[in-house]
Design a protein around this ligand. Structure first.
Ligand code: PMP
Length: 434
């Protein structure tokens, strides 16, 4: 049988760098042929060979309702009939802003953009404009999109300014970006002690989904909040992945349960708020947001920002996830996946641990949950790749890299979870033997 995925990949590679429009899709980490998706429905997608997969990436987070949810489809079709894009304001943008603000109390005003990268980049500019400061803090293993100033890794030694992680980013562009270890209180203290008066913002993924799944500890977030407040820096929560995904109010609502009165100053959103369409946002208190053009001096704009079809998709998605019991059911389903995988691994005698919150999960082929990027990277990549391919061959599509989180949607049934765990049992037994 001809492999249509391979044919398409060969064709794609002639005209698209690496054959893909975003690097992780190329299967470079795990090897093999990327699956070209033909169509998707509910918890499944079908590749170019007509093979079905249970989808645990869901477009890397947005598809919280599963693919082709009828209410979302209807809203998108209706919106498309009314026009794709106007470059003038619409009522739906106001509705979406109101909805976001109602669900995320730390946000008083919001600006819509088209990607998480744009939202993160704009949030940094806003923080610098609002504080009149240059320096920013980010954490190793957190990804906030590919804006130049954020493509940076830790230099050698503690609390150093970083080095670019991409060619094309001059060192001068990242000279104000301080890169610290995630969950490391000592480095955090040292950074503020030395640079506190110059720090515009600290940006963090509160549950980091770009190093698989690592939670920021409650004491760590508490100290981030205290130090930002003491030094006049803005605390920016990048909830592109966690927003409307780990809980209706995002990760910040979970930290607020543990830290009374807790709020970040700036929130960056994406993925679920667009329901699979290009839509992202950043929001903050009124006084900060009023620094943005056309009111203030911080420039930011977008031809397709607040796109009418994307906002219709996002609104319909947000309405569904607010229905009573939605997050309870989603969390329970996601937990049963992680429990199933853990148990299967125990039975097979293979080290595996996992964690989840709402509809987001991660698992590691190791004994204990890692707390930072360096320990995530101690995972045996070869073993992970064999697990990934074993699952893929059985019609289960996990993220094709060990440093990515996974996602369960409301369309995943108990049967889908059971089928996944049954496949894992076979694959883990193979891992054990070899
Ligand atoms: N922030 C986080 C936490 C993300 O996970 C991502 C994308 N995975 C981004 C920002 C960038 O979003 P986008 O890919 O839409 O530019």
């Amino acid at each position: 049988m001809t492999d249509r995925n391979q044919e398409l990949f060969d064709r794609a590679k002639q005209f698209i760098p690496g054959g893909v429009n975003s690097p992780v899709r190329a299967f470079r980490a795990v090897g093999g042929t990327p699956r070209f998706v033909q169509r998707a429905q509910g918890a499944y997608f079908w590749d170019a060979n007509g093979q079905r997969y249970i989808d645990y990436i869901g477009s890397w987070g947005p598809m919280i309702l599963g693919h082709g949810h009828p209410a979302v489809l209807e809203a998108v079709q209706q919106a498309a009939r009314d026009g794709f894009s106007f470059g003038a304001p619409t009522e739906r943008e106001v509705e979406l802003a109101e909805e976001i603000i109602r669900l995320v109390p730390s946000i008083e005003m919001v600006r819509l953009v088209s990607s998480g990268t744009e939202a993160g980049m704009s949030a940094i500019r806003l923080a610098r404009g609002a504080t009149g400061r240059k320096k920013i803090i980010k954490f190793e293993g957190c990804y906030h999109g590919h804006a130049d100033a954020l493509l940076v890794k830790a230099g050698s030694g503690l609390a150093t300014f970083g080095n670019p992680t991409s060619a094309g980013v001059p060192p001068e562009v990242v000279q104000h970006t301080l890169v610290l270890e995630y969950n490391n209180l000592q480095q955090l203290e040292a950074a503020f002690a030395e640079h506190g008066a110059d720090i515009a913002c600290l940006m963090i993924e509160p549950i980091a989904g770009n190093m698989n799944f690592v939670r920021a500890s409650v004491p760590f977030i508490r100290r981030c909040r205290e130090l930002c407040s003491q030094h006049g820096a803005l605390l920016a929560f990048d909830e592109v992945m966690t927003g409307f995904r780990v809980a209706l109010g995002g990760a910040q609502s979970l930290y607020a349960q543990a830290i009374p009165g807790f709020e970040p100053d700036i929130t960056v959103l994406g993925k679920v708020i667009g329901g699979g369409m290009p839509l992202a946002a950043f929001g903050a208190k009124r006084a900060v947001m009023e620094q943005l053009a056309p009111l203030g001096a911080v420039y930011q704009a977008g031809t397709l920002s607040g796109n009418p079809v994307a906002t219709a998709c996002g609104l319909a998605t947000l309405r569904e996830i607010q229905k009573p019991g939605f997050f309870e059911a989603l969390s329970q389903r996601t937990q049963s996946l992680i429990q199933g995988l853990t148990q299967a691994a125990q039975e097979a005698g293979v080290a595996l641990c996992g964690d989840s919150q709402g509809g987001m999960f991660g698992f590691f082929l190791m004994e204990e949950l890692p707390q930072n990027y360096a320990s995530v990277m101690r995972t045996d990549a070869q073993r992970f790749n064999r697990f990934f391919h074993g699952m893929l061959a059985r019609g289960i599509y996990f993220a094709p890299a060990l440093y990515e989180a996974g996602f369960v949607s409301a369309a995943h049934s108990e049967d889908d979870i059971a089928a996944t765990v049954a496949a894992a049992r076979e694959v883990l037994a193979e891992l054990r033997r070899t």
